[in-house]
Design a protein around this ligand. Structure first.
Ligand SMILES: [Zn+2]
Length: 816
């Protein structure tokens, strides 16, 4: 009796709570869809729900953005499940090891990864409200995890901008300012990174903090809510080809099940939608693919709208698209996803378990060799993905050799690392490490190559048999330095070494670089090695304590030398052992630079190298005296004829007087030509089939012959050139386009060689390959006292091509 009364009471109070919950419109004080809700107001609403319905909503803060906005997750389920939440999580995770016994479906909904695709967060509020009220029945066997806003900095940038520029009442005419955001839209995060390209590389704080929790849950279903152009109808699953070959039949089939349920709702309302086009499942760093490679049904949903749509806009066919329409659509697919998951909870659990049991991959182990800093950088990434690794217990391995592209063997060293597919994250290991991912269709949305051994500059073997391994021993730190040495020497071959140098320069420590290989006191050093002498720093009383502190902070290995007299090479007092200057660096921003390309540089300096820059906007660049700067960086972009003759003359004079200009990608087109610098773009190769008529239906396929959609090429390296210090004689470059430039007369530090360069991984069209034959990748043109550094390929692309970053650091510190 008592028990009956108690549960009746509990039921009633629960029921009352839900009945009394304020809808988003009631809580915010305006009808949802008539204003853009600022992020702090969204936070308020979620907090309100968690306070009012604590038995069904748990709100956590999983992190903070660069601009200090909170990153939230709301866990929503029935009171019974919520009381048992940690148990449900643990039981579910055991399924990845085959031992769990879970029954709940786990659905993770991610909103607003692109900040100006701003309907998503609005829709999330309506979705959680209905889950807690009219759709509560879905929650008896389903845990819903909602991230109301993956990118709060970008979203607030958009909503604040919109509030500032909108007409009152809002203007439907697409030409009005409120529909045209300008150079820096709200799409990206603070550092202008596209967070929907960062799930695998984790270069951004938002991704790093999110992936930690994501891996604690590994949901059955993940939806990433987006928006596309104003004139596009709605897009939902099933996705387009290519699908990565690891995607299971069930993962494909369930996309269809979901899509059909969404279609039912859309058909009833007469709404337009499409499926199976454009949005493919291949590149692993998206909000649909990364979850898919971790066992989920990972999907992208795209509403028409984004930053152009505002509160309402006239579309191409003359209809009006409103924010309310956009909310209704995203809210419908969100709830429909939960409904289908709730109906199929048992199946989702069975199939999730099966996904994790699959270890039937061609390559069982990937074995990596190379510089310890690079191995360390890779280990850090693997740990973030909960991928296990170890030290091989064999003395050599055979298999596919990444360097030669054929079969070969490799001796195991002390640093060697083995990563096997025989682990719960085996599918992800295959996707990230395999030398050449199988492409079922060349028409894809993104880059087609990313293999980690190439990205991290490591030698690798992919082995078809399992290589035994043991836990890695932590690196032993060498002993204390002798305060009375003549000099201290550091290797120069990794991004970590560049960070160390930046820290020394910032501390006012004077550092020299060796332009020749040398050996001293029985030890050999390569070009670019850093030489820090007592003599150079004798006026700095704190020199030795600073040096010790910084080298400890970076765990930097230093070799002390009691003499400047070398056994071979140049003595430390030689003219070939020059002081490295502490450069003052300016970076151009604004039109015509690309926000993504500028952002990569901005992030590189502030969050990776930790070295200050001055950002100069193109709007007032003409008024800036370049003499105040040692280096000017031109990020890639659509330059065309951006620089007029007078501006080019000014740039050339500044370089001749000792300035260093770093021109990246599209910026090269802005400074080449008769009035510019010496670099020459290759003539477009003649398409031998050009004059034959081609059927219209093949137009897209024809165009792709001219494209390189992010493919990896093996380049030659002249490592006697300062731009290539620290590298071997080969470099695997990620080529993102087909622009080709002739070799420079001198100073070709990295280049493609031969009439028919072949990509080692990824897609490159037949015509595009002709254009990049015998072409420059990285080079330096000396001019007067200064230099121009050309970077045709982008070593900072999305911040993940770890092995390219030293080229950029060389451009800053090694090139005179
Ligand atoms: Zn998007």
């Amino acid at each position: 009796m008592t028990r009956f009364l108690f549960s009746l009471l509990a039921l009633t109070s629960c029921f009352l709570t839900a009945q009394n919950l304020k809808s988003p419109s009631e809580f915010l004080g305006y009808e949802l869809g008539t204003e853009f809700t600022r992020h702090h107001e969204v936070v308020d609403y979620y907090q309100y729900l968690a306070e009012q319905a604590p038995d069904m909503v748990k709100l956590t803060t999983y992190g903070q953005t660069n601009e200090r906005r909170p990153l939230l997750l709301a866990y929503v389920s029935s009171a019974t499940n919520m009381a048992n939440l940690e148990n449900i999580r643990q039981e579910h995770l055991k399924d990845t090891e085959g031992s769990g016994n879970s029954s709940a479906a786990i659905v993770w909904l991610s909103y607003n990864v692109h900040g100006n695709e701003s309907v998503s967060t609005e829709a999330s509020m309506q979705t959680i409200y209905e889950l807690l009220t009219s759709k509560r029945s879905y929650l008896d066997n389903t845990v819903v995890i909602m991230d109301p806003c993956i990118n709060p900095d970008g979203r607030d940038r958009y909503s604040n901008w919109y509030n500032q520029y909108k007409n009152t009442p809002h203007q439907l005419d697409p030409n009005s300012k409120e529909h045209n955001e300008g150079w820096w839209s709200g799409r990206s995060n603070h550092y202008m990174f596209d967070l929907n390209r960062d799930w695998a590389w984790l270069t951004q704080v938002e991704s790093q903090q999110r992936i930690k929790v994501y891996n604690e849950w590994l949901p059955h279903v993940h939806v990433d809510f987006h928006e596309q152009g104003v004139n596009e109808p709605y897009y939902f699953a099933p996705a387009a080809e290519p699908y990565h070959e690891v995607i299971t039949d069930f993962q494909r089939d369930f996309q269809v099940t979901l899509g059909k349920n969404h279609a039912k709702y859309f058909d009833a309302e007469g709404w337009f939608y499409f499926t199976k086009e454009i949005f493919d499942l291949f590149y692993p760093s998206y909000g649909d693919t990364y979850p898919t490679y971790n066992g989920a049904i990972g999907m992208t949903y795209e509403q028409g709208g984004s930053g152009h749509a505002g509160l309402g806009v006239i579309t191409g066919i003359g209809d009006t698209l409103t924010l309310k329409d956009r909310i209704a659509h995203h809210h419908t697919t969100g709830l429909s996803t939960i409904e289908v998951s709730h109906q199929n909870a048992e199946r989702l659990n069975q199939e999730f378990k099966k996904f994790y049991q699959n270890k039937n991959f061609k390559y069982k182990s990937y074995v990596l060799n190379g510089d310890s800093d690079k191995i360390e950088a890779l280990k850090q990434l693997l740990s973030k993905h909960k991928i296990k690794y170890g030290s091989p217990t064999v003395s050599s391995v055979k298999g596919y050799n990444y360097q030669t592209g054929g079969s070969g063997s490799m001796a195991i060293s002390q640093n060697s690392l083995v990563v096997s597919t025989n682990q719960s994250k085996g599918t992800l290991v295959k996707v990230l490490f395999e030398p050449n991912a199988k492409l079922s269709d060349s028409l894809t949305y993104d880059i087609t190559a990313w293999s980690l051994p190439y990205a991290y500059g490591l030698n690798g073997i992919a082995s078809t048999s399992l290589v035994t391994s043991q836990a890695q021993n932590p690196a032993v730190n060498s002993g204390a330095l002798d305060a009375n040495s003549y000099a201290y020497i550091s290797n120069w071959n990794s991004m970590k070494d560049a960070k160390f140098l930046a820290a020394l320069l910032k501390a006012g420590i004077r550092v020299r670089k060796a332009d020749h290989p040398f050996s001293v006191e029985g030890k050999s050093f390569a070009r670019g090695s850093l030489i820090i002498t007592k003599g150079d720093n004798q006026n700095n009383a704190d020199f030795f304590s600073q040096l010790t502190k910084i080298s400890r902070e970076f765990s930097q290995e230093l070799t002390a030398s009691s003499t400047g007299y070398v056994d071979s090479g140049k003595d430390f007092g030689s003219a070939y052992v020059q002081m490295i200057s502490k450069p003052k660096i300016a970076v151009l921003s604004g039109e015509p630079t690309s926000t993504l390309r500028f952002g990569e540089i901005w992030h590189f300096f502030e969050q990776q190298l930790e070295y200050p820059i001055t950002v100069i906007d193109s709007e007032y660049a003409d008024q800036v005296d370049l003499k105040d700067y040692d280096i000017l960086i031109l990020p890639s972009g659509g330059y065309g004829n951006h620089f007029n003759e007078a501006q080019l003359t000014k740039l050339k004079d500044w370089v001749s007087a000792g300035g260093k200009l770093i021109a990246m990608g599209g910026a090269i087109d802005g400074i080449d030509g008769e009035k510019g610098f010496g670099i020459k773009k290759k003539e477009a190769a003649k398409d031998s089939t050009k004059n034959k008529p081609k059927p219209h239906k093949n137009a897209q396929r024809e165009q792709i012959k001219n494209a390189i959609t992010g493919a990896i090429f093996k380049a030659r390296v002249d490592n006697s050139h300062p731009l290539a210090y620290g590298y071997g004689t080969e470099y695997f470059t990620l080529k993102l386009g087909s622009a080709g430039y002739d070799y420079l007369k001198y100073g070709n530090a990295a280049y493609l060689e031969g009439e028919s360069p072949k990509q080692v991984s990824g897609f490159a069209g037949s015509e595009a390959l002709k254009k990049v034959a015998n072409s420059l990748i990285f080079g330096v043109e000396n001019r007067g006292e200064g230099a121009v550094v050309y970077m045709v390929d982008n070593p900072l692309f999305r911040g993940f091509w770890e092995n390219g970053k030293l080229f950029f650091a060389n451009a800053l510190f090694m090139v005179d």
